[in-house]
Write a protein that binds this ligand. Structure first.
Ligand SMILES: Cc1cc2nc3c(=O)[nH]c(=O)nc-3n(C[C@H](O)[C@H](O)[C@H](O)COP(=O)(O)OP(=O)(O)OC[C@H]3O[C@@H](n4cnc5c(N)ncnc54)[C@H](O)[C@@H]3O)c2cc1C
Length: 448
């Protein structure tokens, strides 16, 4: 086996942080509360935290530990623009676009506040994520997207790789005006700590297997047979949504993606990359690639391939070595000067897509709230949305930002793009365009 891949750790949790050593108790017997939150991702935790701060009697249920899901596994890049293709959103949801852009921008601002308010040490560098282009065609796309954002009042800095301070593997890009990079595991741990210190009652190792309405209340049953009876519930299970009949059909389609991390790299080699801004980058492929530096002098990169076809309940999964290898080989092509750097670890997680490619929140009846499908952009959007739903529950009215992602629908269309055949075709399209844009030529030159 190639020495660079000899010691790769295939994590079933995340590479950012170890799981907590002490867990909150699990739910036992029959308990009651005013509002229940199901799912202890950063979305559910922020919902429960906000409700507790506003004096609500709130209980959160999580099957493993808070921060177990995508919230601790992601690339740690805070985007301040919506996920999905803005050009498509402009065509499909022209009226909603300005609100969605404002929502995403405010979400990044909200996370700044969350970190500050709870003094969370998570290696946060507010250096603005960059939409990077690997070819002139992708640069054209960056400029088009930047123009769409500008039209709705959000400015980004567009420039060449040198002007933006990103490596010469990229032609150029656009830096978002808010957000940046952080250690995702540390952020989830910090929010979990704040939640455990609040008045919210948190039950870990408590998997909800059913959610039912009973006599005007909502009853959640866990796998151990315990019950939680609440006046209202917020379902915040993101990609895991879809396990219960009460959730609107096709609300979210899960997809599996992975992140890979190198061994630490000597600072002078990182300096030689010209990555002066240290901003995380996402490429403009149909399925993006992401690359970022970390506080421990490694590079984390991922996505490039989405895998679908999972059945509920979603099972724990460890990354496929072939998928890791594909991402690593691509990393060496984009960064030929680092082609000897070994891979330390990789991990994966479930993200949630909606058919409209937009973040979604809504309510079933008058007491079951849900939020889902931040389409790979939920690091900031999921907690912000959670806090807005909490305010809506307390105040009885929806803020403009909540309104921008609110759906009155009882059902959703299936997500046409998230199926194995389409995803493979899109992946192939990206590889063909890579061939044309000369990444292989650069790799060949570097190999000589
Ligand atoms: C590998 C990866 C990279 C990503 N990179 C980025 C990025 O760089 N930037 C970005 O903005 N976003 C990124 N994302 C997306 C982002 O992580 C998610 O959108 C965000 O974390 C969603 O938060 P959440 O709280 O809604 O969901 P989750 O964190 O998934 O939380 C859902 C919770 O529900 C719990 N749950 C499941 N079933 C049940 C049940 N039966 N009963 C009770 N609880 C249940 C789960 O255990 C989990 O803790 C990435 C995602 C992945 C997987």
């Amino acid at each position: 086996m190639n020495a660079k891949f000899k010691n790769v750790e295939y994590a079933t949790f995340t590479g950012w942080i170890d799981p907590p050593t002490e867990l909150a108790p699990s739910l036992r017997g029959i308990q009651e509360c005013d509002v229940a939150v199901v799912g202890g991702g950063v979305g559910g935790m922020a919902t429960a935290l906000r409700l507790a701060q506003r004096g609500v009697d709130v209980v959160l249920l999580e099957p493993e530990f808070c921060g177990y899901g995508a919230s601790s596994r992601n690339g740690g890049q805070i985007a301040s623009a919506p996920g999905g293709d803005l050009r498509m959103l402009r065509v499909l949801s022209p009226k909603k676009l300005p609100g969605m852009v404002r929502f995403a921008d405010n979400a990044a601002h909200y996370v700044d506040g969350l970190i500050e308010d709870h003094k969370i040490d998570c290696d946060y560098d507010a250096n603005g994520m960059v939409w990077a282009a690997v070819s002139p065609i992708q640069m054209f796309r960056v400029k088009t997207l930047a123009a769409i954002l500008r039209k709705v009042g959000v400015d980004g800095q567009v420039g060449t790789a040198k002007e933006i301070g990103i490596p010469e593997a990229f032609v150029g890009g656009m830096r978002e005006r808010r957000g940046g990079m952080l250690n995702r595991g540390k952020l989830s741990r910090g929010v979990r700590r704040a939640l455990l210190d609040s008045s919210a009652r948190v039950f870990e190792k408590s998997r909800v297997i059913d959610v039912q309405r009973r006599g005007g209340k909502v009853v959640m049953t866990t796998s151990s047979g315990a019950e939680l009876i609440a006046n209202r519930v917020v379902l915040s299970t993101n990609a895991y949504s879809g396990e219960w009949d009460i959730i609107p059909k096709h609300l979210s389609t899960p997809s599996w993606i992975i992140e890979v991390e190198t061994e630490p790299i000597a600072p002078e080699r990182i300096a030689a990359l010209g990555w002066t801004s240290r901003s995380g980058v996402v490429t403009q492929h149909q399925i993006m690639e992401n690359f970022r530096l970390t506080a421990r002098n490694t590079i984390v990169f991922g996505v490039r391939r989405l895998e679908s076809g999972a059945n509920y309940p979603l099972q724990p999964r460890s990354p496929d070595p072939g998928m890791m290898r594909e991402l690593a080989d691509n990393f060496y092509k984009r960064f030929p000067s680092l082609s000897d750097v070994p891979i330390a670890r990789c991990w994966g997680g479930w993200i949630s897509f909606s058919s409209s490619w937009t973040t979604v929140a809504g309510r079933v009846g008058d007491n079951v709230y849900y939020s889902a499908s931040c389409n790979g952009h939920g690091l900031a959007q999921a907690p912000y949305l959670g806090s807005l739903i909490a305010d809506n529950i307390v105040d009885g009215k929806r803020s403009a930002d909540l309104e921008s992602v609110w759906e009155e629908k009882a059902g959703y269309a299936p997500s046409p793009a998230i199926n194995p055949l389409v995803l493979r075709a899109v992946w192939l399209f990206d590889r063909v365009s890579d061939l044309f844009n000369g990444s292989r030529r650069r790799a060949r030159l570097a190999a000589h």
